[in-house]
Design a protein around this ligand. Structure first.
Ligand SMILES: Cc1ncc(COP(=O)(O)O)c(C=O)c1O
Length: 410
């Protein structure tokens, strides 16, 4: 395990910021004055470029261009173009990625395709998998008659090897931030003739991913977390190029048709990953995402991932000092872009932090997640946030009725 390295003073944190090769990337983001935002693993902040693009697509392309913009502003090509931008971030070829629908819908399409491709009759999920992945597997099992098997965390690898099945699995667990070994699971799936559908929601934009090298065939992920695409921005689909034409989407919508504007009565899938598109793309959202991805264009993801690990180590070190349990891997190499600590009154602690301008989030029953997005957070921000956490815990400032009232979204 690597040693946990954390600055021991505010001055040391400032010195790390001075030496940070990513320090200037922060200027691309619109960050509200006085807030420390440790929730980029849930909803990334706006970039100035994305805000400008939303205005442009709404005011120029929609208001003035109207329907002509499908051609004149290139709207119709946006799903593939933006998919191409995401491809570099996940270690795929440009033509293997398309942006469409939500992660939930894409999981359904890909798991169905994987069942068809492999002939598997079993869907696998691990107990602590993100709920939507489990619910989609349940629904698909009901529809297809496949058996749904829930295994304990970490047991999917052996289960995949034992029986031909389709596993739905996150690369970074939403709760613990533990990173999974993609290649090992793909090897196990190949042994039994099964497949894995990867959920890259918490991994994209904060980890160095190389799907091709790891042998991944199917993946989806969301774009509103570390990719900063905006609330409800569409997700992406990756299908490895040698597999695409052997599989199809169960949601055979017209945007996945070979010639949508031929208005044929029967469905003929497009060549390539475009066949996983379903309906009309959400252009304003897609435009925002397209512009948000500009910050990644020449970015060295290895640097971003390394910074996220160092920021995470600061949270781990603070947890030790404050006597809080950490449910994330202590070894930064095994961890994604957030660190999760537990506290019996975690919800109230999180609300008290938010009241002091430190935004983190809470996952029932007791998990406080600290997101360490490396592109706009400074070491000193994390230092200040942790000092605030300490003050709240020591003073028990969280122990007030107003911090215990639950809002609809936590
Ligand atoms: C691992 C994971 N999968 C899926 C989702 C959500 O998917 P959708 O785009 O369908 O809302 C989330 C949202 O936080 C997530 O963390």
């Amino acid at each position: 395990m690597n040693e946990i390295s954390s600055p021991l003073s505010r001055a040391e944190a400032e010195a790390l910021d001075q030496a940070d090769p990513l320090a200037t990337v922060r200027q691309a983001f619109h960050l509200p004055e006085g807030l420390i935002y440790l929730d980029g693993h849930s909803l990334g902040p706006a970039t100035f470029a994305a805000l400008a693009r939303v205005r442009q697509s709404a005011e120029a392309e929609w208001s003035h261009g109207l329907i002509r913009s499908w051609n004149d502003a290139g709207w119709i090509d946006l799903p593939a173009r933006v998919g191409g931008r995401i491809a570099r971030l996940i270690g795929a070829q440009r033509a293997e990625v398309i942006v469409c629908d939500s992660v939930s819908v894409n999981l359904f399409k890909l798991a169905s395709a994987a069942l068809d491709l492999t002939g598997a009759r079993t869907l696998l999920v691990e107990e602590s998998e993100f709920p939507t992945d489990q619910y989609i597997a349940e629904g698909l099992a009901r529809m297809t008659g496949a058996r749904l098997v829930r295994v304990r965390d970490g047991a999917a690898l052996a289960a995949l090897r034992d029986e031909r099945s389709v596993l739905l699995k996150s690369v970074v667990n939403y709760r613990s931030a533990e990173v999974t070994d993609i290649a090992a699971h793909e090897d196990a799936a190949l042994e039994s003739g099964g497949a894995v559908v990867w959920d890259l929601s918490h991994a994209t934009g904060v980890l160095e991913l190389n799907l091709s090298e790891a042998g991944a065939r199917f993946a989806t992920g969301c774009s509103y977390k570390f990719l900063n695409g905006g609330p409800g921005a569409p997700a992406f689909v990756y299908v490895r190029s040698d597999v695409t034409d052997e599989v199809g989407s169960p949601l055979s919508g017209w945007m996945g048709h070979a010639a949508p504007f031929a208005f044929e009565p029967t469905y003929e899938p497009q060549q390539g990953v475009g066949r996983f598109a379903t309906g009309t793309p959400p252009i304003i959202s897609l435009s925002a995402l397209d512009a948000a991805l500009e910050v990644f264009e020449h970015l060295d993801l290895a640097l971003a991932a390394a910074k996220a690990r160092r920021l995470g180590d600061m949270v781990v070190a603070a947890a030790r000092r404050l006597g809080l349990a950490c449910i994330s891997p202590l070894d930064a190499a095994q961890r994604g872009g957030h660190v999760s600590l537990t506290h019996p009154d975690g919800y109230a602690v999180v609300q008290a932090l938010i009241a002091e301008g430190v935004i983190v989030d809470f996952r029932a029953p007791d998990v406080m997640r600290f997101g360490l997005a490396p592109l706009y957070l400074r070491f000193v921000d994390v230092w200040n946030a942790l000092a605030q956490l300490e003050a709240i815990l020591v003073s028990r400032a969280w122990d007030r009725p107003r911090f215990k009232r639950r809002a609809a979204v936590t």
